[in-house]
Design a protein around this ligand. Structure first.
Ligand code: SF4
Length: 327
């Protein structure tokens, strides 16, 4: 590991100020991803700003929903009584990710910031536009079994690895950030970005901005939810495909549906066309099959991930069946 300056602060303004000084700087929270990247010399900061003392750990009711502090651990969120009662989809998504030990350390903000698990991103001897802009994308013609089927570019076909983020995006969460130019908020679905010509940018944070909290709106899906994660082994593995499904069923009819997918794009992928199709329909398999087919419009596979074109609609259908069965 190279040498770096270490700053620990109890004040978010001081943390943001330290971030904007010259040289490469990183905020340190749980460190479950960042420290690994530093050991592998993929991230080589001049300065680490330890934000663990900041008062950002609370999970509290708001007038309209629930506020989750950026430093609340994944375990604290998944097991919180109000999350389990009102946002069970988020508990399911978080508990599908990583291991119990990692969930105890990893924070909400850190989970949002985690980097792709594309193997070439981790191999500093091979080209990777995300790690080294302009060097090329080794995955395009290489080992692309885990890679995107939606929203990719010729510069990068990596996927976002977070289960928690799929749950947050599906539940219409809102992200609050603070930075050198003040505070602002954005939809969770706008936080992560597609690779385009700048795959080195995973998200839409501006320089120096710090994630403060994530707000969940009033609970719409306390019951009919499912998180289906298809992976190579049953725990501690990243998704080949994951599907978050939430249904609001009233008198035997789907009032609204929220659907998101992981393992398919550079960001959590909302299935808005399928959501619109399902609204007003009966929660029956014929409609779930059609919703899955609609969701796959525009999908594009590469040599080794063609199986996702079949696996994804099957997973969508399974998630919808599971969610509806809880009625
Ligand atoms: Fe790098 Fe993205 Fe290509 Fe993977 S897919 S090698 S992360 S540019």
């Amino acid at each position: 590991m190279n040498q770096f300056e270490y700053i620990r602060t109890t004040d978010s303004k001081a943390a943001i100020k330290a971030m904007t000084k010259t040289g490469e700087a990183q905020f340190l929270a749980g460190g479950t991803n960042l420290v690994d990247l530093m050991k592998m010399r993929i991230v080589v900061p001049d300065r680490l700003i330890d934000i663990n003392p900041l008062p950002l750990r609370d999970i509290e009711k708001t007038l309209t929903g629930l506020r989750i502090g950026a430093l609340a651990s994944n375990s604290e969120v998944a097991e919180h009584p109000l999350v389990k009662k009102n946002y069970p989809l988020l508990s399911l998504a978080i508990n599908a990710g990583a291991s119990a030990q990692l969930r105890n350390m990893a924070t909400t903000g850190g989970n949002m910031m985690q980097r792709t698990r594309c193997p070439y991103f981790f191999d500093v001897t091979l080209p990777c536009n995300k790690r080294s802009p302009g060097s090329g994308c080794s995955a395009l013609e290489g080992y692309n079994r885990m890679h995107a089927i939606f929203g990719a570019s010729t510069a990068c076909i990596a996927v976002n690895p977070s289960d928690m983020s799929v749950g947050m995006a599906t539940l219409d969460a809102v992200v609050h950030v603070s930075g050198p130019k003040g505070d602002r908020s954005m939809k969770f679905t706008d936080f992560h970005r597609l690779p385009g010509n700048e795959p080195q940018k995973d998200n839409n944070l501006l320089p120096g901005e710090l994630i403060i909290a994530v707000d969940l709106p009033a609970s719409r899906y306390p019951q009919n939810v499912a998180y289906v994660k298809v992976r190579d082994r049953n725990s501690y593995a990243f998704a080949l495909i994951s599907v978050a499904a939430a249904l609001d069923i009233r008198d035997g009819i789907i009032h609204t549906a929220s659907l998101g997918m992981g393992g398919v794009a550079h960001k959590p992928w909302r299935l808005t066309a399928a959501e619109a199709f399902l609204a007003g329909k009966k929660p029956v398999d014929e409609n779930f099959r059609k919703a899955a087919a609609i969701s796959m419009e525009g999908a594009k596979a590469y040599v080794l991930n063609k199986f996702k074109l079949t696996m994804a609609p099957n997973a969508i259908r399974a998630a919808l069946q599971q969610a509806a069965a809880k009625a």
